[in-house]
Design a protein around this ligand. Structure first.
Ligand SMILES: [Zn+2]
Length: 133
């Protein structure tokens, strides 16, 4: 496995100038965590640290990673939620949740927005809250 496979990752700090930019060269591995030795990534631009899985369906999934992968593969093959749940052996709600999480990642066209785009499909943020600094 190559050490510089960060093209798929981007900084998860919304305040970072490199936030959402993949392959910008700002990330490096600063450690490992957990029994599976998942990598902890470090962003040179903002000095943030985060899990390599943050912003992906793997993060905080209460499932073994191979099950998450199985769900995503079946969805990718065009299986429905119920069918995928049965084939992989997980609950249907779990499949639904993973499908939502995987949405932006399944399509590489969303490079700029990535992880934090569950929000407004109509685009720019609408400022309805009248809070003034
Ligand atoms: Zn950053």
């Amino acid at each position: 496995m190559p050490m510089d496979d960060f093209a798929r990752h981007c900084c998860q700090n919304p305040d970072c100038p490199e936030h959402g930019r993949r392959g910008a060269g700002n990330l490096s591995v600063c450690g490992h965590y957990g029994k599976n030795h998942h990598r902890l990534l470090y962003c040179k631009a903002c000095k943030a640290r985060f899990s390599e899985f943050k912003g992906t369906p793997y993060f905080n999934a209460k499932l073994p990673h191979d099950k998450v992968t199985g769900v995503l593969e079946h969805l990718d093959d065009g299986c429905g939620t119920r069918q995928t749940a049965r084939l992989v052996g997980v609950c249907k709600d779990t499949v639904t949740r993973l499908a939502l999480l995987a949405g932006p990642h399944a399509k590489d066209t969303h490079d700029e927005v990535v992880a934090f785009s569950p929000g407004d499909p109509r685009g720019p943020v609408r400022r309805e809250v009248g809070v003034r600094g």
